[in-house]
Design a protein around this ligand. Structure first.
Ligand code: KG4
Ligand code: ZN
Length: 345
């Protein structure tokens, strides 16, 4: 059985093929066209530009994924596509393409959840996670702690009540005058900084497994205004030009340490409460080395994570989730599959 996965929920156009080997998905191809360079000059994703670029590349990306998997349409047994959550226009391109191809090529179609898909990057690894699985899913749009008792049987333990973790990295990077996307830029700057030079507060949330990042972002803003001798009314976009390199490095390191501690504290608490057999981290922020190190140091079992290219947006994770969806669920009607930008887990 071979599944084609299609992903276009944000600014990455991607297609991948997985094949069933020993009752699990094995990656045959993984093609990605990133628009990061296009959106960089705007300091973030511009939705209309993203949708237009998806249209231009989606069919060549799919053809390339089939070719690299050394297969053709005859060899594909089903199509899985991200139909939410994400940017409305971006989701529409992938979903309409998948619906059209499912009809033209007469293939079963499965709409899958992008955030759940992030977790399934870990089912592409040589050793599949063991249930119950505790999953920390941390991306630019989502921050969730989920307990999977089995495929499709899960409990959302907590999620962010304001900003996502990746969003906080991106916003703090902007304050510091660092590159877009902010996560990798903060991680790099932090390598030259002293993580104990500055302390930032960790938030309390009513549900212990919920997350909050807006207070940390504001704390960094106030700290920077203070560092350059200005008050709270000083515009955030003018701060970076007044900072020394070391102030940037130390702030990046202190912020990263705290942002990661928030994730690790809650994951450790959930681990003690639910005693999962596997702990996985997923989503763009799971590429963060400090997160991997801090979490591993706190837990008595080996944590599981995918290579960085399978942590940030990709279609391999969608094909992987598509494989388990095809095994467990009925296909979706290609005439009616809708996009759902606000789709929850
Ligand atoms: O999963 P993803 O590619 O897209 C979403 O679904 O949002 O995640 C992108 C997010 C961005 O906020 C980016 O800054 C963050 O993941 N990110 C990182 C790292 N690499 C990407 N955050 C921290 N450290 C990294 N190394
Ligand atoms: Zn994502």
């Amino acid at each position: 059985m071979k599944i084609l996965g299609i992903e276009s929920s944000c600014d990455e156009t991607a297609a991948a093929v997985v094949e069933e080997v020993n009752n699990k998905p094995e990656l045959l191809s993984n093609v990605l066209v990133s628009q990061i360079d296009i959106h960089r000059e705007f300091g973030g994703v511009v939705p209309e530009i993203a949708a237009r670029n998806h249209i231009e590349v989606i069919l060549p990306v799919i053809e390339k994924a089939l070719k690299e998997a050394q297969t053709n349409w005859k060899g594909i047994d089903a199509i899985a596509v991200t139909n939410g959550p994400g940017l409305p226009g971006s989701l529409l391109i992938g979903t309409l393409t998948a619906r059209t191809l499912a009809l033209l090529k007469n293939k079963p179609l499965y709409g899958v959840n992008h955030v759940e898909g992030h977790a399934y990057a870990n089912w592409l690894l040589a050793k599949a996670p063991l249930f119950p699985v505790l999953a920390l899913i941390v991306s630019g749009g989502h921050t969730q702690l989920v307990l999977f008792r089995d495929h499709f049987t899960y409990k959302l333990l907590g999620q962010t009540i304001d900003d996502a973790a990746g969003e906080a990295f991106d916003k703090v990077a902007k304050l510091l005058g660092l590159d877009y996307p902010g996560g990798p830029a903060i991680a790099k700057a932090a390598e030259s900084g002293d993580a104990s030079a500055f302390d930032f507060p960790k938030p309390q949330t009513p549900n212990i497994f919920d997350f909050s990042y807006s207070g940390l972002k504001t704390a960094v803003l106030r700290h920077l205004q203070d560092l350059i001798g200005k008050d709270y009314s000083f515009p955030s976009f003018e701060i970076a030009q007044h900072l020394t390199k070391n102030q940037v490095y130390d702030t990046a390191a202190g912020f990263q340490r705290t942002a990661v501690e928030i994730l690790v504290d809650k994951t450790e608490t959930a681990f003690r409460q639910y005693s999962p057999k596997s702990v996985i981290i997923a989503g763009g922020v799971a590429a963060n080395r400090e997160l991997r190190t801090q979490l591993q140091n706190r837990l008595p079992i080996e944590i599981t994570y995918a290579p960085p290219l399978l942590c940030t947006d990709n279609a391999a994770m969608i094909a992987s989730l598509g494989y388990y969806t095809a095994k467990n669920k009925q296909p979706t009607d290609p005439f009616t599959l809708e996009t759902n930008p606000g789709l929850a887990m």
